[in-house]
Design a binder for this molecule. Structure first.
Ligand code: ATP
Ligand code: FE
Length: 356
């Protein structure tokens, strides 16, 4: 089974070819990603209209490059999978229209994929892990705990009630004048900082459940920054590093504790071999990975995280998620709609009346 996947929901235009062998393990034959960071850098964030135009211009090139790199043609494909949401609607529409065009021209089946399901299923692509597993999805736009029971069967245990951690990292970087994307800049500053100098809050730890909140951290950081600036007339390199370290430690502590709680719920599903997986761009953070690994060791579960290139947006995860849906019998019609919002516990587009 060979599937072409397309991704265009945020600021990466991507196409990939994934193949599944008789034995069942999937293999990435090619994965092309054209980032748009430089197009948006002057604006301090992704500009939806610019993103949509760039996707429309780049998708066909990505498809050709992905097929070339795999040494295959459209005739070798069994299906076309495309991100049908959630995301910036102009970009999602560009991808969906491109995929529909390919399917209309070739007669290949079309499979719409939930972008978050793409992230959440990635550990099956990289490590072949079995359902049910616990997934912490931490990215620029999302933060949630999910029990993955099947390719279209997710239970949400909790998530952020305001900002996503990636967003908090990005805002923190902006407040301190560090380059975007903020995650890597803040992590690198934090390495030379003292996490104990500034006391950041640990939001929602006093409340039961797996919900998280990160917007207060940014407010706390802004207050601390302004106070230092008013006392000393500006921030030194060390002040900045200490602020980054304190901020990052607050996120790490919060995620570690909430993960303990999520694992307790997951273990009631009595998995044969408990596995906890993390995915999304923020999973690139070494401090977060290490903390989660420690929690897993504590609780006797296996920890897995996809390689960094598959944690951030890519089309291999979409091709793979589409393949999993396809093997479940899912097909979408040319009436598949692009959806700006699409909760992961309603994974099938067909369930939402967008055609089958
Ligand atoms: P979504 O997938 O939810 O739509 P997105 O596509 O913007 O959001 P990703 O591409 O998965 O998110 O991840 C990008 C985010 O990951 C950015 O906010 C970035 O700052 C963050 N990030 C990247 N590397 C790190 C790191 N080392 N530490 C913390 N955050 C990081
Ligand atoms: Fe993403």
């Amino acid at each position: 089974l060979t599937v072409l996947g397309l991704e265009s929901s945020c600021d990466d235009t991507a196409a990939a070819v994934v193949r599944q062998t008789e034995g069942g393990q999937a293999e990435i034959l090619s994965s092309i990603v054209h980032g748009q960071t430089e197009l948006h850098s002057a604006f301090g964030g992704v500009v939806p209209e610019i993103a949509a135009r760039a996707h429309a211009e780049k998708l066909d090139i990505c498809v050709v490059q992905a097929l070339d790199a795999a040494g295959l043609t459209l005739r070798d494909m069994d299906a076309v999978a495309v991100t049908a949401g959630p995301g910036l609607i102009g970009g999602v529409m560009s991808g969906v229209m491109c995929a529909k065009g390919l399917c209309a021209a070739t007669g290949l089946p079309l499979v719409g994929v939930n972008h978050l399901a793409g992230h959440a299923l990635t550990p099956r692509l990289t490590d072949g892990i079995a359902f049910p597993y616990l997934m912490l999805l931490v990215s620029g736009g999302h933060c949630q705990y999910l029990i993955a029971r099947g390719p279209e069967d997710f239970i949400r245990l909790g998530g952020t009630i305001d900002d996503a951690p990636g967003e908090a990292f990005d805002k923190t970087a902006r407040l301190l004048g560090l380059p975007q994307p903020g995650g890597p800049s803040v992590e690198s500053e934090a390495r030379s900082g003292d996490p104990k100098r500034f006391r950041f809050p640990r939001p929602l730890l006093d409340r039961p459940g797996c919900d998280l909140s990160f917007s207060g951290l940014k407010t706390a950081l802004m207050r601390m920054r302004d106070q230092i600036a008013s006392e000393k007339g500006g921030l030194t390199r060390q002040d900045r590093a200490d602020l980054c370290a304190g901020f990052q430690r607050a996120i790490v502590d919060t995620l570690a504790e909430k993960t303990r709680r999520a694992v307790a719920v997951y273990l009631t599903e009595a998995p044969a071999e408990p596995v906890i997986a993390v995915a999304g761009g923020v999973a690139a953070n070494t401090a977060i990975r290490t903390a989660l690994e420690t929690v897993c060791t504590e609780l006797g579960a296996k920890f897995t995280a996809p390689p960094l290139s598959l944690c951030t947006d890519n089309a291999a995860m979409i091709a793979f998620a589409g393949m999993e849906r396809y093997r479940n019998g899912a097909r979408d019609g040319l009436d598949l709609t692009a959806r700006p919002r699409w909760p992961l516990d309603q994974t099938s587009p067909a369930m939402l009346g967008s055609g089958k």
